[in-house]
Write a protein that binds this ligand. Structure first.
Ligand code: GLN
Length: 244
């Protein structure tokens, strides 16, 4: 099977509500990196009230507490389906507010606790301080090891059991500014506080997500051909390790 015959389907969950700091740039990156290889991409924008059918990859962006409150109950109504998708190997990427809803709950600084969908063993409690700034983390599963982005959150996220962090925080605060880690991974579910948007400056992570989505769809590992990412990695290196 050549890359020209391949396809992936992506569900963009609640883009009208959770798209803080242009997180939909992650969808653009995934789409372009597939199209540059001749892989066709189907994007399904999911709004409030929409049903969610089977996809290879699910993306949800970040948002203010208010938008998270608008989405949380509806997202929870799809919990069982999304768990079955996770267990079939579907890929999930949640950014900040979307990441927080992947856990068991998000307790905003004011107001009621928001139920999460428990795709991963994590929970989030809003603190008094807002963490804003560039972030560099070091992973043990990517090459290069680093991921770069920026954070703007007051939520403090704690991981439990088999849910592991994405990486060690080199610059920035990460999950809770105390345990030294950022983001989370359980099976093919990935969550992170890294806005930016994340994937344009982290093409190695974008390609990993595409390969995992293709594996879920076709039932076999498919290694993507390399692209000329000189421009992307120059952007990556220009911020790696820098707070400002
Ligand atoms: N409202 C959440 C917080 O402040 C998430 C913010 C975001 O998505 N950037 O922690």
């Amino acid at each position: 099977m050549t890359e020209k015959d391949l396809k992936i389907s992506i569900a963009h969950l609640y883009p009208k509500l959770l798209n803080l700091y242009g997180d939909m740039g992650n969808i653009i990156t995934l789409t372009k990196r597939c199209q540059w290889r001749g892989i066709s991409v189907e994007i399904d924008n999911i709004g409030l009230g929409d049903d969610i059918k089977e996809h290879d990859l699910y993306f949800i962006g970040g948002g203010q507490d208010k938008q998270q409150q608008e989405v949380a109950e509806e997202l929870f109504s799809h919990k069982d389906f999304l768990h079955s998708e996770r267990d079939k190997g579907a890929v999930f990427l949640g950014i900040c507010g979307g990441y927080q809803l992947f856990g068991h709950y998000y307790q905003p600084f004011e107001g009621d606790k928001l139920k999460g969908i428990s795709l991963m063993d994590a929970y989030t409690v809003a603190g008094k301080k807002r963490f804003i700034g560039n972030v560099t983390i070091e992973t043990d599963f990517l090459n290069p090891k680093t991921l770069v982005g920026f954070e703007n959150h007051s939520g403090l996220t704690y991981l439990e059991n088999d849910t592991k962090p994405l990486g060690k925080t080199v610059v920035g605060n990460g999950n809770n500014s105390s345990d030294g880690f950022e983001g989370a991974r359980y099976k093919n579910v990935f969550g992170t506080y890294l806005h930016g948007s994340l994937l344009p400056k982290n093409p190695h992570f974008a390609d990993l997500l595409i390969e995992l989505a293709l594996e879920k769809r076709y039932g076999e590992k498919i290694k993507l051909e390399k692209l000329n990412d000189e421009f992307e990695y120059n952007a990556h290196k220009s911020v790696t390790g820098k707070a400002y």
